[in-house]
Design a protein around this ligand. Structure first.
Ligand code: CU
Length: 146
């Protein structure tokens, strides 16, 4: 009996581990580079993405955010609408486009960081980008959920 209980315990621990919180480190720098352009996750994972601006330039010149959007979002159109929204962390207020946002950080200055949570509910390819004006074409990547 004791063995069965132990086995059951290990099994449930394994289940918990398979749909776990996954910590991801992501940085942005003064060269407008994300440290990674490809993040992978499993359905059920909860990603805790620590996004840090490791640059030195002031936030008005080289601020960064990370915005995770729905699969299939047209990034250029989305980014164009975001880049004018300085007072809204460069997130569009257009109701239709704003629905594409799954999660985002605020605009971070040098040395600042923020944890962004992304729950990988469905398989798919979820783009992420920095919507600070002029950055998205270089600062983008994907979270692939399998
Ligand atoms: Cu940026």
């Amino acid at each position: 009996m004791k063995t069965t209980a132990t086995t059951l315990l290990s099994l449930s621990l394994a289940l918990i581990a398979s749909a776990a919180e996954v910590k991801v480190e992501l940085t942005g720098n003064d060269q407008m580079q994300f440290s990674t352009k490809a993040i992978e996750a499993k359905v059920g994972d909860k990603l805790l993405i620590t996004f840090k601006n490791i640059g030195k330039l002031p936030v008005v010149a080289m601020g960064h955010n990370v915005v995770i959007v729905k699969a299939g979002t047209e990034l250029p159109a989305f980014a164009m609408k975001c880049m004018t929204e300085k007072d809204n962390n460069y997130i569009t207020k257009d109701e239709t486009l704003a629905k594409a946002v799954i999660a985002h950080s605020k605009v971070l200055g040098p040395g600042e960081s923020e944890v962004v949570t992304f729950e990988a509910k469905e398989a798919g390819v979820y783009p992420y980008l920095c919507t600070f004006p002029g950055h998205f074409a270089v600062m983008n990547g994907t979270i692939t959920v399998k």
